[in-house]
Ligand binder design. Structure first.
Ligand code: TXA
Ligand code: MG
Length: 332
């Protein structure tokens, strides 16, 4: 067996960025910070390089990648744009929004899993942007986690789970948003469809486009479940810790909490402490909740607990995105 590579974590110095840009040009993989979650990047025009992403993650070839671009002038090289895409790009790029558009044939089939469409995003993280500019290439990057596991929001998360399978990790600090980007299907610009909720909300998309935005059946199903009974087993398992995740509309912090299970509150519960009590944000602020969610699930999933109890977020908007990830984590 070939020796296992051990990843090196790079700080974002000019010299390191130049070096990592050369590695990408040479067809290697580099884990990169983004404002949403860390990604595992390769030259989007290099089919062999992109195949390495699927191998490192254990990701099925049927699950397409997102192509990241530095500027709007790079869009035409990967996709066919339209008026709706121009509107959303002007309003939300660079940022946590991915657009599904018709693919430019220059993008190899492995990137889009053979689909005639491609997902494109212009990220906002300053280090990733510098790397994109230096590499001078669009970079295909899914989240930098083994397939099916919780997405990484720090360089350390990437090193823990992929450190033996990749060589280069760029450290850009903890992800600001903490949840994967919103994905909108714009293949038909008059019939936009939300495929994955994220920090750019459904309401914000409708305002920007001036038309109704449909939700994928799965998104609608998640939403219905957010107000009805939680029904694990209905949904595809994804983003899942190894421990069982149990969802609650609200956890009653005055009741006894099983000591060998983890209890994750949105806000810090008054008068409750202990190694098995966690809170996502001191005051339950939703942005803080989103930012800390994946790191907290990982923290609870270190083998100490068989069950992780978590509170669902109230309301819509960013809460839809938080609850979508929670439901996937709970699905068996
Ligand atoms: O925030 C993010 O989007 C992060 C960072 C790294 O940019 N990336 C990310 O990638 O979350 P990933 O691969 O974990 O999720 C991408 C999702 C997949 O579920 C895939 O099915 C969907 O995007 N996707 C990609 N191309 C698509 C296409 N042509 N049509 C529909 N969905 C697509
Ligand atoms: Mg992912």
């Amino acid at each position: 067996m070939p020796p296992q590579p051990v990843a090196r974590v790079y700080r974002g110095t000019p010299r390191n960025l130049a070096r990592l840009a050369r590695r990408l040009q040479a067809g290697e993989l580099v884990a990169v910070p983004t404002e949403t979650v860390y990604g595992l990047a390769a030259n989007a025009f290099d089919a062999a390089a992109c195949r390495k992403i699927f191998a490192a993650k254990g990701r099925p070839a049927s699950d397409p990648l997102i192509v990241h671009i530095h500027g709007l002038r790079d869009l035409a090289a990967v996709a066919e744009t339209n008026a709706a895409a121009a509107k959303l790009a002007a309003k939300f790029w660079p940022g946590p929004l991915t657009l599904v558009l018709r693919k430019n044939p220059a993008v190899p089939a492995v990137v889009s899993a053979g689909l005639s469409s491609v997902a494109v995003r212009m990220p906002a993280h300053p280090l990733f942007r510098r790397l994109l500019r230096l590499a001078g290439l669009p970079l295909a990057a899914p989240s930098a986690n083994p397939f099916g596991y919780v997405s990484p929001t720090t360089a350390e998360h990437v090193r823990e789970s992929l450190g033996k399978r990749i060589r280069h990790i760029l450290d850009g600090g903890a992800a600001q948003i903490g949840l994967e980007s919103t994905i909108v299907d714009l293949r038909n610009p008059r019939k936009p469809r939300l495929l994955r909720p994220g920090a750019v909300t459904h309401a914000a998309l409708e305002r920007a486009l001036g038309v109704k935005v449909a939700r994928s059946r799965r998104a609608a199903q998640f939403e219905k479940l957010a107000v009805a009974q939680v029904a694990p087993g209905l949904l595809a398992r994804h983003y899942s810790p190894r421990a069982a995740v149990v969802l609650h509309r609200k956890i009653d912090a005055t009741r006894p909490l099983a000591a060998d299970e983890a209890w994750v509150f949105l806000a810090r519960p008054a008068g409750r402490r202990g190694g098995n009590v966690f809170s996502l944000d001191p005051r339950g602020d939703l942005r803080g909740v989103a930012r800390r969610l994946f790191a907290t699930l990982r923290q609870c999933d270190d083998g100490r607990f068989k069950k992780i109890h978590v509170e669902l977020a109230p309301g819509a908007g960013l809460a839809d995105a938080v609850n979508d990830r929670l439901r996937r984590a709970a699905a068996r």
